[in-house]
Design a protein around this ligand. Sequence first.
Ligand SMILES: O=c1ccn([C@H]2C[C@H](O)[C@@H](COP(=O)(O)O)O2)c(=O)[nH]1
Ligand code: ZN
Length: 162
Amino acid sequence: MSGKRNDYLSWDEYFMGVAMLSGMRSKDPNTQVGCCIVSQDNKILSMGYNGFPIGCSDDEFPWAREGEDPLETKYVYSTHSELNAILNYSGGSLAGAKLYVTLFPCNECAKAIIQSGIREVIYDCDKYADTAGVQASKRMMDAAGVRYHQYHRTNRNIEISL
Ligand SMILES: O=c1ccn([C@H]2C[C@H](O)[C@@H](COP(=O)(O)O)O2)c(=O)[nH]1
Ligand SMILES: [Zn+2]
């Protein structure tokens, strides 16, 4: 055998794959979100997934989407994957970095992305595109010059036996 193999992962497949794998750690029964932050020279800087803050038990805090009492829904407690990935980074500045995420960032995550200096967002699903939150997110990222584009699915299947 001579020469390199050709079916290796592209950078985009690799980083979105890592984001997807990270999302598999989420305990959210409805939407699992994973995120992978990458430097301009393609080094992984940080990862995250959506979940409750440290000390807030996955078994005691609620995972419900709806309820008469907002305090009994997940929305007031869950930390989003993008924010977790940004906060997980302890290496200094994220200026100029790229962020791969399995769901388009909400407006709160967009604020953190912009303020941390991340310059590019590559997302997979945009299922909440019609919501005010995602529309606000796009408006802020447009204004701040943060580029975003959808990941081009290659339909490659990866099987990992653990
Ligand atoms: O920017 C975002 C937006 C949402 N998430 C998380 C927060 C929740 O855990 C789920 C969304 O749950 P639904 O049941 O689909 O409303 O996604 C995130 O991590 N980042
Ligand atoms: Zn968010």
